[in-house]
Design a binder for this molecule. Sequence first.
Ligand code: SF4
Length: 336
Amino acid sequence: MTASQLFNQLDADYLRSTVRGHHRVLLKIPDGLLSHATDIADLLANEGVDVIISANSCYGSCDIGDNLTGLGVDLILFVGEAAMPSLQDYHSIPTANVIIKSSNNIEDVLDQAIPLLEGTTIGLVSIAPYLHHLEKAMAILKNNNMTPLVGKSGRRTVVDGQILGCDFSAGTVLADQVDSYLYIGDGLFHPLGMAMATKKPVVAADPSLKRVIKQELSEMKNSLLKQRYATIARAMDAQRVGIIIGTKLGQSRIQLGQQVKAHAEKKGFAAYCVAANNLQPDRLDYLDVDCYISTACPRLVLDDSSRFAKPLLTPAEFEILIGERTWDDYELDQIF
Ligand code: SF4
């Protein structure tokens, strides 16, 4: 993406008006867009704003991990991430979010996707850059004699139909009413998560790549479940467990972590709570534990497990390990 393409999708006027009146702004931007951070900083500097670019991680709108002491920042500007309403009261200084809206049209991919949908009542879900397409997608589905349904936004999302890698509730809430789901957006994790969270057919339509997949998703889901089964099996001899507590504001589940610790101790494990901002194998592999149970970002366990020498489990997978949950009752970890 060139800088001018970025600014077309970014709504530069809105960006300017968002920072106007602020003295110093911390610019947070997802890794995939970091190469454009200086373009955005230049644009903001033209408004008379002092900009500091955060080179810390920015995995999602939950990722408020920067220590701002002494920086004199009076606004945190998230570019490319939607707001997370449940965190608004916890910010020590104001935050603003500016979404980058996909400019790709959706007609072509919906033409491909519609014949693959099962039944006629369809749950529609999407992610931040594509949410503005949902209204049009509903109209197209209705024109094809289908009934589209969109679930309400929750504590962590701002728009109806929006899902996150840790919150599929806008889709799962419809599970009893819909025959299948249509995901509009890029990437594979979100539609895969939908398939795991709802156990219903999911068709993923990616307007950027002009790609529609269904069968591949189902195969990926089976393969991921096999990997998870194998990871649980690898942890069977564990006696010492580390319970990871994420220190990013929107990933921190200290209560859950303590519950898991107490539970593990009751079952005879030596259990240790471990706080981490970013989960790094070069740190976690050294601790004298046999496996980890992560209460941080749920996506990390599914996406990054293979990077760690020791098995990395979700809390529900730990329940399977200790025989308190059956494999058939496998549940995707989510934060609501
Ligand atoms: S917890 Fe993970 S999946 Fe959820 S918003 Fe944060 S980075 Fe994304």
